[in-house]
Design a protein around this ligand. Structure first.
Ligand SMILES: NC(=O)c1ccc[n+]([C@@H]2O[C@H](COP(=O)([O-])OP(=O)(O)OC[C@H]3O[C@@H](n4cnc5c(N)ncnc54)[C@H](O)[C@@H]3O)[C@@H](O)[C@H]2O)c1
Length: 329
């Protein structure tokens, strides 16, 4: 792929400004259109935070920063861009009409990435000129630090578009994840949405407060999720019997009222086989003990990093270490 020198951004809110910062700090020029009169100021504030963060990540090794131009129209962005990233409000009709306007001017080979959190790419691209170059590139906030970008094509998106988009996102330090089957909410937002709905139920039913729910996450499973996902975590939780034992032990809980999301799949032998064999493949020959050591090392690394911020689990670790130093146990 020829190097992307200028990225055109449509929408410069929370996510668009984050894209601007990631691109600029990776040495790419940005042309941004957002009708909000406050946008230049807001983008500048996000950029200042991003510069500060990148200084911490890499104090001496950053590329020369790109330049940013605040455009007066969609066409001005389309004329200048080697790659478009759309971060308009999450309204399908608005995205479709602004992108149709951009396509009037945009060169045929320029890819359009969309930041949509969950709208279906097939629907957004349906009436676009050159629909094959449209693809979802769903980022996470703050875009300049979070590595994940979910790539999801619609029915008319070519594999080449997905590959070129992945190559570009990789070049600016991100971790593309191809969503193979088009689905509302993609992968990560579906998971977050399930958690969110359950959390809303617990608040609604006075089971727990927002702070208590956040504490349950940040002092517990959230720590593990930051380096191992649900499946690898549960594999280890099954002990040396691994995922099969875990599923035998906890399979019956699917029938218990542990969640309001009661529409769960039947645990057929075929489904258990499928999950257990995918888990075997994911483990790639590592033993449970190997994985336990990896898990522990990662946990310590994350908590030590949080300790330097004296925040969350890091505050707990810092206080514990002080007590140990004083011989106070
Ligand atoms: N906020 C998140 O955590 C998050 C995470 C991932 C993806 N997203 C997705 O990113 C997209 C943008 O979300 P956001 O959180 O940045 O929203 P936002 O409201 O912060 O920003 C949207 C921006 O679009 C601008 N805008 C409105 N009409 C426009 C037009 N016609 N042309 C150009 N700009 C226009 C607004 O002025 C605003 O600055 C959405 O699709 C959202 O689902 C959001």
């Amino acid at each position: 792929m020829s190097r992307i020198k200028t990225v055109g951004l449509l929408g410069g809110g929370v996510i668009g400004a984050g894209w601007a910062a990631r691109c600029l700090l990776n040495g790419i020029d940005v042309v941004l259109f957002d009708p909000d009169p406050q946008n230049e100021k807001k983008t500048g504030e996000v950029l200042a935070n991003a510069r500060r963060a990148y200084q911490k990540i890499s104090p001496s090794g950053l590329p020369t920063e790109g330049t940013i131009r605040f455009a007066g129209s969609v066409a001005e962005v389309a004329e200048a861009a080697d790659f478009i990233q759309e971060s308009l409000p999450e309204r399908e009709e608005l995205k479709k009409s602004v992108l149709a306007e951009a396509c009037e001017t945009l060169a045929a080979e320029v890819i359009i990435g969309s930041s949509t959190s969950g709208l279906l790419p097939s629907r957004i691209q349906a009436d676009l000129k050159g629909p094959e170059r449209f693809v979802v590139g769903h980022p996470f906030n703050p875009v300049y630090l979070m590595p994940l970008v979910e790539i999801c094509g619609g029915a008319l998106t070519t594999q080449e578009t997905k590959d070129r988009a992945a190559e570009f996102y990789t070049s600016i330090g991100m971790r593309p994840l191809h969503v193979r089957k088009e689905i509302d909410g993609f992968i990560a937002d579906r998971l977050m949405e399930a958690l969110w709905r359950e959390a809303l139920w617990m608040i609604n039913d006075d089971v727990a407060s927002a702070e208590e729910i956040d504490d349950a996450m940040r002092f517990g499973p959230g720590l593990r999720w930051s380096f191992m996902g649900t499946f690898m975590t549960y594999r280890i939780a099954g002990g040396v019997g691994g995922m099969r034992h875990f599923m035998e032990q906890f399979g019956p809980t699917l029938q218990l009222p542990w969640t309001k999301l009661m529409d769960v799949p039947d645990l057929t032998d075929a489904l258990i086989d499928k999950i257990a064999s995918q888990s075997d493949e994911q483990a790639d020959g590592a033993s449970i003990r190997d994985l336990e050591r990896l898990r522990d090392d990662c946990l310590i690394s994350v908590m030590s990093a949080l300790e330097s911020q004296n925040y969350g689990a890091g505050e707990v670790l810092g206080q514990y270490k002080k007590r140990l130093q004083k011989g106070d146990w």
